[in-house]
Design a protein around this ligand. Structure first.
Ligand code: ADP
Length: 401
């Protein structure tokens, strides 16, 4: 079980295990320049302390009343600690203590480090040396912790990258599956629909009034309608996966957005017999685009507006031009969309709560397809809406590309 410590602010901290410390130490040493490695530190401690001693002896000659005999040796300890760390620093304190005792406290070559007088005289130097070593140890500890944090962050980043790669792979597999399943479904659905339509046409020609035949006709009509829905769904699925995979190259060309809006609105008026108001500039709004795909986007938005708003209420399509951008708005008086659902409606298969509970058919693919098409044109699509207040869908496209 991993031990958990609590820091002064009550946050949980992990204790670094001994094995991890050894590993960190190795990493810490590996990061150092060669001349600062501990082994070299232990070796250079001897000449540096020797140098300190030499300075001390020269000082003693120059200044007979020397008051701080430990100073040169302390400077040596400081230098060793600074460049080579705790171990060599402790060695230099030990060597310095011996030197001071031998050359300074005991002028008659009497080794009296264990005597009370010797210990008392050497104590300030020993304490100062140990304080230096402790400070350096703390610095090393902080460096270990930083290294540890860096390692943990790197491990998390690696794990995140691996998970991302797996998700990406799963996503590709899902797209591949959709694409293959849609292809496989398309042929039998088309065939069933064709057969149903053929039988309906034959029955219409024979003009039978038989009640049994009437039941068969109703069944065939139901098959025709349901296979039409299935076909639309399969086509949407194929569209989505192909657009996503970049398999459908956009056939770009000069395109008048005003004309495009007019054509879509006219078609939708005919199909739905609903009031659709149109406000477009009188002059053409030209952009470089795939006209068919953009027309698919506007059709989708208008048919959604018609689908989700009351029959008696009009739908408004507006096109405006500003600087180097064109904006298409499709506004309706439908149920509106809750704020928390707005960010999801452009995701494949997402249907807002009102759509899930309503009798309106749909698979939640239309807006996802619109988003991909618009974004491939370098534009953006979004919706402003609130429950009970209708919705406005916006499409912004760059002009004059
Ligand atoms: P579908 O309409 O097939 O469900 P779409 O991708 O076209 O799929 O739309 C996704 C969802 O966004 C719909 O299920 C609906 O909840 C919501 N939505 C789209 N257009 C409108 C609209 N004009 N008014 C209210 N909700 C809408």
């Amino acid at each position: 079980m991993k031990e958990t410590l609590i820091d002064r602010k009550g946050r949980a901290m992990k204790r670094i295990s001994l094995q991890k410390r050894v590993e960190l130490r190795r990493l810490y040493v590996a990061e150092m320049p060669r001349w600062r490695r501990p082994l070299i530190g232990y070796l250079v401690t001897f000449p540096i302390v020797g140098l300190g001693l030499l300075v001390l002896l020269l000082e003693q000659l120059a200044l007979p009343n020397l008051y701080f005999p430990g100073a040169p040796l302390l400077i040596a300890t400081l230098l060793v600690a600074l460049f080579w760390g705790v171990g060599p620093a402790l060695l230099s304190v030990a060597l310095g203590t011996i030197c001071l005792d031998y050359f300074y406290i005991s002028p008659y070559m009497r080794f009296n480090i264990l005597s009370a007088q010797g210990i008392l005289q050497l104590l300030p130097y020993i304490i100062a040396g140990l304080v230096v070593a402790i400070i350096i140890a703390q610095r090393e500890g902080a460096r270990y912790r930083a290294l540890y944090a860096e390692q943990v962050a790197n491990e998390h980043a690696d794990e995140l990258a691996r998970t991302n790669a797996k998700l990406e792979q799963a996503n590709q597999l899902k797209d591949q599956f959709f694409s293959m399943a849609s292809h496989e479904l398309k042929t039998p659905i088309t065939s069933i629909r064709g057969q149903a339509q053929l039988a309906l046409r034959r029955m219409a020609k024979e003009r039978t009034t038989d009640s049994e035949m009437a039941t068969v006709r109703t069944a065939l009509e139901a098959i025709n309608e349901q296979t039409r829905r299935l076909n639309t769904l399969v086509e949407d699925l194929l569209d989505l996966s192909s657009i996503r995979a970049g398999k459908i190259p956009l056939s770009m060309g000069k395109c008048d957005l005003a004309q495009l809006c007019r054509a879509v609105v006219e078609e939708q008026r005919l199909l739905s017999s609903r009031v659709i108001d149109l406000a477009v500039p009188s002059e053409p709004v030209i952009t470089e685009a795939d006209g068919e795909r953009l027309s698919q986007v506007i059709t989708n938005l208008v048919s959604n507006a018609l689908k989700y708003s009351p029959e008696a209420r009009p739908v408004l399509v507006r096109l405006s031009k500003e600087d180097r951008k064109a904006q298409i708005e499709v506004q309706d008086d439908g149920p509106g969309i809750a704020k928390e659902e707005l960010q999801n409606i452009f995701e494949p298969f997402y249907r807002a709560a009102h759509a899930r509970t309503s009798s309106q058919n749909g698979m939640g693919l239309g807006l996802a397809i619109c988003k991909d098409i618009v974004e491939r044109h370098g534009g953006s699509i979004w919706c402003e809406s609130s429950p009970g207040k209708g919705s406005i869908f916006f499409v912004e496209l760059p002009l004059g590309r």
